[in-house]
Write a protein that binds this ligand. Structure first.
Ligand code: F6R
Length: 253
């Protein structure tokens, strides 16, 4: 952990009006990177926050021909106990919202398996893969209302590696909107740990809406509280927060 946690930095904040502008700014950063470095490695998130960004990547690919054939991707997390073909799995989400609509090669997309019988091995191998490339070039993050990043819930150690996480009640409640019933929401996920995320060369965090204002306040305004996972980003030298007015309403005027 060690070398990460000696110094803190201030993230760059790009304040935008709304979700659409947030998505446009994020897409611009990703497209520029992929054009400059066709073999870029991208760390990707699921959930509502990056959907608009992915839509713009697809549109740009169709209209301007930006290529992803040599890009590799590493997703942050996957639910435990549901197969990749389940409509709510993150493997399915990524195919539906991005991978099936650009020229990325399936073999270059990495998502930890949540349906393996040997999750310990899945975690070790995923950590080794990410370490093996020296961390992704660009990690896209959303943030939970409780300040989680990936599925690193409040109280997780900042030195955590890829691991099986218990989802917080607040996270299960919030994600129940995607499932038929609350009982169906998985209780665990395989997730990059905090130290895995901090290996990334650059981090872009997306936040839209009032529900995210508490988490952004914890990062941008409050005293450092290591119980809240988003605060780990203070230890990374290249973090850009792209957030709308509502998400920033408790931290920046
Ligand atoms: C998703 C992930 C989560 C989400 C977070 C916000 O891969 O790791 O941390 O980014 O729960 O979710 P949304 O964007 O749906 O508000």
């Amino acid at each position: 952990m060690e070398e990460f946690y000696l110094q803190t930095y201030k993230p760059t904040v790009i304040k935008v009006d709304d979700y659409e502008q947030m998505s446009a700014e994020a897409a611009k950063i990703i497209i520029n990177l992929v054009k400059k470095k066709p073999s870029a490695s991208l760390g990707l998130a699921t959930g509502s926050s990056p959907v608009g960004t992915y839509e713009r990547l697809i549109r740009d690919h169709e209209q301007n021909g930006t290529k992803y054939a040599t890009v590799t991707t590493y997703n942050l997390d996957e639910y435990v106990g549901i197969s990749p073909s389940h409509h709510q799995s993150y493997a399915f989400f990524m195919k539906e919202h991005l991978f099936d609509k650009i020229d990325i090669l399936a073999k270059n997309t990495h998502i930890p398996s949540g349906s393996s019988l040997d999750l310990e091995k899945v975690c070790e191998e995923y950590e080794a893969k990410i370490k093996g490339i020296g961390g992704v070039d660009l990690q896209v993050l959303g943030v939970g209302t409780n300040g989680h990043i990936g599925f690193n819930e409040p109280g997780i150690s900042f030195s955590s590696k890829v691991h099986v996480a218990e989802l917080a009640q607040e996270t299960r409640d919030s994600n129940a909107r995607f499932f038929n019933s609350h009982e169906e929401v998985p209780k665990q996920a395989v997730t990059m740990g905090i130290s895995t995320i901090l290996l990334s060369k650059k981090i872009v965090l997306l936040a839209s809406g009032k529900a995210k204002s508490y988490a952004l306040k914890a990062l941008l305004k409050d005293e450092l509280n290591e119980e809240i996972p988003i605060n780990a980003l203070r230890y990374h030298r290249d973090v850009t927060i792209i957030a709308d007015k509502e998400a920033l309403s408790l931290s920046i005027n």
